[in-house]
Design a protein around this ligand. Structure first.
Ligand code: ZN
Length: 246
């Protein structure tokens, strides 16, 4: 047991000191300054954006949509193209009920072998499916696993996307099923205007996410927060037009 823990620790430290991690971290401030990616929105209005990755899912996405309707909240769904193709009715419902349907690649990959063409193809395939179902081309893209670099950001922007990550304090880590209270507290203990919260509506058992969401929506309502789509929050804020880096 001790040995395993030690190994995990050593692996973690070596990752943190790898070129990739240091590079991404050192560039984050520059990306933020140039608006290449969005982690949160600059606003004084009590607006927040709830986002759901990896759907649609025939069970959990519908339960989430029911809750959002109950609390008059709008959200953003970063959907996987191949799943959208499988469950078009759920995508249709998301759009019809005023939520934003956004791009999370076609096959949920993050390794593009340094090929802008590969990423472009992933985005296009997914975008075509979403447009055929909803009538709208998605304008937001969330990189899989939150992994980004110059190539990913520049390619996405050149293809008409805003790249959306999530607020540092609003990562629910619901994919690890940490418990309803933990997911709830992660959001409500630290939420502020302009925050972008990340949940997952597919990829495993998401019943904890659904239960936590009801607590969170109740809290946000009580505190006077309005849940809007990411695009609406960008529209209502002082945002920066992204500049491609050389
Ligand atoms: Zn994902």
């Amino acid at each position: 047991m001790k040995k395993t823990l030690m190994l995990v620790f050593v692996l973690l430290i070596s990752y943190m000191w790898s070129d990739q991690y240091l590079y991404a971290s050192s560039r984050k401030a520059e990306y933020r300054k140039n608006g290449l990616a969005i982690w949160e929105i600059n606003t004084k209005e009590k607006l927040v954006a709830l986002t759901f990755d990896d759907g649609p899912n025939p069970v959990y996405t519908n339960q989430i949509l029911d809750l959002l309707a109950k609390y008059h909240a709008k959200a953003t769904f970063f959907v996987i193209g191949e799943r959208a193709k499988e469950f078009p009715d759920i995508i249709k419902r998301e759009a019809k009920e005023g939520h934003e349907v956004a791009n999370h690649t076609y096959s949920h990959i993050y390794d593009f072998d340094n090929s802008p063409a590969k990423l472009r193809k992933e985005l296009e395939r997914s975008s075509t499916i979403i447009k055929n179902i909803t009538g709208f081309k998605p304008t937001l893209y969330r990189p899989v696993a939150g992994y980004y670099n110059d190539l990913i950001l520049n390619t996405a922007i050149k293809n008409g996307y805003r790249v959306v990550l999530w607020s540092w304090t609003q990562d629910t880590r619901d994919w690890s099923c940490p418990g309803i209270n933990k997911i709830t507290n992660n959001v409500v203990s630290d939420i502020k205007p302009g925050d972008i919260t990340i949940f997952h509506d597919s990829g495993g058992d998401r019943s904890q996410t659904v239960c936590a969401l009801e607590n969170i929506l109740r809290y946000l309502n009580k505190e006077g927060f309005k849940c809007v789509t990411v695009s609406e929050m960008i529209y209502r804020s002082e945002s920066i037009t992204p500049k491609i880096l050389d």
